[in-house]
Design a protein. Structure first.
Length: 255
């Protein structure tokens, strides 16, 4: 097994409306849609699946809602570490009594750390934090402008200017959770331009090595396709040393 078909939760952006599909164009997959749904149905039937619930901003005023969600999930799902994911993708067998749950947090927002980290640890879940590395490196007074220029929404909830995670917070998350790359600049790139691929895939990994002291293992595109669709993109993923790719519908182990 080298891929998991992910299920969509209430915060998930991969449930596409008709208008969204028109804006994004055709989503390329290496296999027919029928195969995607057959894989999903099979996993559901035997309880061998991992559910990914995607979050972006997690403002404090919704903390009670997130608490109820995680409290509910605690009864029906197990936490997923990188080691758990590796085991599942390698053996095809899920070794816990309950299916796995990956709470995934995209865009490197400060409120992910402030609001969700304590709740995740309270209810025993490993959070997966997908961070655009340049957003975190941007000075606080410029972060709102950066976000607006790179299709990220920011909220008015802090007295100071910072809306992104700090690198100190990313390092703290790295101790007990999973830190992953969500590109360098959160830009929709051309898969035909080598400089775009180099910047968003490889240069992002360089940022994590510099700040964390090690490479991160997982990567998620902005509107990204699966592994196996674009050979050039796959080449840069390997060059950067990523092991897992999170795309719109699958978690794949790079081979």
């Amino acid at each position: 097994m080298d891929a998991i078909t992910t299920l969509c939760g209430v915060e998930q952006d991969c449930v596409l409306t008709h208008d969204m599909q028109k804006n994004l164009g055709t989503i390329a997959t290496p296999n027919p849609w029928e195969n995607v749904f057959t894989s999903l149905k099979k996993g559901l039937g035997i309880g061998q699946y991992i559910r990914s619930i995607n979050f972006h901003n997690t403002p404090a005023y919704r903390a009670e809602e997130y608490k109820r969600q995680l409290e509910f999930c605690q009864h029906y799902f197990s936490s997923v570490s990188e080691e758990d994911l590796e085991s599942f993708l390698t053996t095809g067998q899920w070794h816990k009594d309950k299916p796995g749950l990956i709470p995934a947090f995209y865009n490197g927002y400060r409120n992910n750390f402030d609001v969700m980290k304590p709740l995740l640890e309270r209810y025993g879940f490993v959070g997966w934090f997908f961070v655009p590395s340049e957003f975190v490196s941007t000075p606080p007074q410029l972060q709102r402008t950066f976000a607006l220029e790179h299709t990220m929404r920011v909220l008015d909830e802090y007295e100071d200017a910072r809306v992104a995670l700090s690198w100190d917070e990313v390092r703290e998350l790295d101790k007990h959770h999973v830190v992953a790359s969500h590109t360098k600049t959160h830009s929709k790139i051309s898969l035909e331009l080598a400089e775009d691929l180099e910047r968003e895939i490889v240069a992002s990994q360089h940022d994590f090595v510099k700040e964390l002291g090690h490479a991160v293992k997982s990567f998620a595109w902005l509107f990204g396709s699966e592994y196996g669709v674009h050979k050039e993109a796959d080449k840069y993923l390997h060059e950067a040393g990523y092991r897992y790719l999170f795309s719109n519908f699958k978690i794949q182990k790079l081979v």
